[in-house]
Design a protein around this ligand. Structure first.
Ligand SMILES: [Zn+2]
Length: 398
């Protein structure tokens, strides 16, 4: 996704807001249907059924029919994706969308001539029922745009984000594999021993955010001052999220370029490993300060990183069942829940191997991907030492 600042005219802004209202209406309808659903009842309507209902709703409500069907259908599709993410365990359950907060809509089936450049700094995009809307051409628009999303942030700024599947990055053809594990203390750990940290806010920015949040708590509801403080908070948060997105792009490209095989844990079964790693609520003592930042990374960044890796290294990403990867010694294969010196440090009770806990897990992911370890197979504890090359990179950390 690359995001550009949109500069609609006042009339266009009204039309965009109308699209947002329709998308919100349809989304909230879907939320409501799912809220009524309880275990044991007939399943809540899926995407296809909801589309049929949308057709009926459009026939009944003139104002809905006057809007764009693409906008409304995509809202349903987004909702279906949000539910899938929720069941996948990567996201929270989708909730009501409220007016004025993270509003937006998506347009799909975009044709090549619907995005064009006008001058060095200006481009325009053709939006259904709105017309050509200008945007700041702040960087190259990716080729082959298939869809885009229009959003209005809490500060009232409009953006367009073009989605194009990034071109695959050529594999280095060295046969080298890497394991990437979600970190507890860092954002991600590589089996090479490298620890990666997604950028957040800088120290002065974090202090400013805290100050603004305190000010917000004191500001009177509905006051002009409150709106201003809210907008300032939204800008800081947007900056933070931009930096993380940027980090995901760079990190995924680098991994795809450096390694032939990239092993990550399978998110669908990640809850199984949660207790082994310690939960976010009960982290080890020395990771508590970073838990807040990490929670956000875990929620959004990690899923995005894996998606991007699959885009850029198609067929080279291996998803591994993460069970036991954090309990198994990468040096001797011994598996025990007490193979931990602390949350951050792995120490094998059998062979004494000591390493960064996340790096040890990343090594297990890598070795499972290339099929040369007992890790994660949940096999017999008697599985003795296996023949393996020296884990030089592991000895350098911890
Ligand atoms: Zn060991």
């Amino acid at each position: 996704m690359s995001r550009y600042r949109l500069s609609p005219t006042p009339a266009q802004e009204a039309a965009l807001a109308e699209h947002c209202a329709h998308a919100r209406f349809v989304w909230n309808l879907a939320v409501e249907q799912h809220a009524h659903w309880k275990p044991g009842r007939k399943s809540a309507p899926g995407f296809a059924e909801q589309c049929r209902q949308l057709t009926e709703a459009r026939a009944a409500f003139g104002w809905l029919a006057a809007g764009s069907i693409v906008v409304q259908q995509q809202a349903l599709k987004d909702f279906a994706q949000a539910m899938a993410n929720f069941f996948g365990g990567t996201h929270r359950k989708p909730t009501w969308r409220r007016r004025g907060r993270s509003e937006g809509f998506r347009i799909v089936a975009v044709k090549a001539d619907q995005v064009r450049r006008l001058s060095r700094n200006t481009g325009e995009v053709k939006i259904p029922k709105v017309g050509w809307v200008r945007f700041r051409w702040s960087r190259a628009v990716p080729g082959g745009v298939k869809s885009y999303r229009i959003t209005r942030d809490a500060a009232g700024r409009w953006h367009v984000a073009f989605a194009a599947v990034p071109k695959p990055v050529p594999a280095p053809a060295t046969g080298e594999a890497v394991g990437v594990d979600r970190g507890v203390a860092a954002s991600a750990a590589l089996s090479t021993g490298q620890l990666l940290t997604a950028p957040g806010l800088r120290e002065p920015e974090a202090r400013r955010l805290l100050r603004l949040q305190r000010r917000l708590a004191r500001a009177r509801r509905g006051s002009h001052r409150r709106a201003k403080v809210k907008a300032a908070i939204a800008r800081l948060k947007a900056r933070q999220s931009d930096r993380r997105k940027d980090w995901v792009e760079k990190t995924s490209t680098e991994l795809a370029r450096r390694f032939d095989v990239i092993a990550v844990e399978d998110l669908k079964i990640r809850n199984m490993t949660r207790s082994a790693k310690g939960t976010v609520e009960q982290p080890g003592t020395n990771v508590r300060q970073k838990a807040g930042l990490n929670r956000a990374i875990l929620a959004a960044g990690w899923g995005r990183l894996v998606t991007r890796l699959e885009d850029k290294a198609p067929g080279r990403v291996v998803k591994i069942n993460p069970a036991y990867t954090s309990q198994t010694c990468n040096a001797c294969g011994h598996r025990a829940p007490d193979n931990r010196e602390s949350q951050a440090v792995f120490r094998c009770v059998a062979c004494g191997h000591r390493a960064d806990a996340d790096v040890n897990a990343a090594c297990n992911l890598r070795d499972t991907a290339v099929g040369r370890t007992v890790a994660a197979r949940g096999g017999s504890p008697s599985g003795g030492p296996v023949n393996r090359e020296p884990q030089r990179d592991l000895l350098l950390v911890g």
